[in-house]
Design a protein around this ligand. Structure first.
Ligand SMILES: [Zn+2]
Ligand SMILES: [Zn+2]
Ligand SMILES: [Zn+2]
Length: 134
């Protein structure tokens, strides 16, 4: 796996490098699933206001991607991750990354058919996780 420099990443988007900012970025970069603010706060050991401010600025600069599922909770994911979708278990709420995205083909079809320009899409899968099927 390629390692990269979070500090450089912050410099690139003209954000000051602070220990908490680095920590937030690091936590999200290594998270397997999107995390909500409360979870992130618990992992970086900073106060709520600071964490919210950092999440907002990192999102504004395009380093984080906000994700909203049907539960109304806002979660964040590192924007540099390869394109993927999510599966959400309707029983236990577990979120699983679904690798690979083949929607590009469909996007091209939509553009051709409707004469529109598709910039992004959002797609989630809902059902029962492996544990909840028993
Ligand atoms: Zn489940
Ligand atoms: Zn994800
Ligand atoms: Zn996709």
């Amino acid at each position: 796996m390629q390692t990269h420099d979070c500090k450089k990443e912050l410099h690139t988007v003209a954000l000051k490098v602070t220990p908490v900012r680095l920590k937030v970025l690091d936590v999200l970069e290594h998270a397997d699933v999107p995390l909500d603010a409360a979870t992130i706060k618990g992992r970086v050991n900073a106060d709520k206001v600071t964490v919210f401010r950092i999440l907002n600025s990192l999102t504004e600069k395009g380093l984080l991607k906000p994700i909203q599922f049907n539960d109304g909770k806002l979660r964040y994911e590192y924007a540099g991750k390869p394109k993927h979708h999510h599966f959400i278990c309707e029983n236990c709420g577990k979120i699983i990354d679904v690798e690979g995205c083949t929607i590009g083909i469909l996007e091209k079809d939509i553009e051709k058919e409707k004469g529109v320009l598709v910039k992004r899409h959002s797609l989630e899968f809902f059902g029962l996780c492996a544990d909840c099927q028993n």
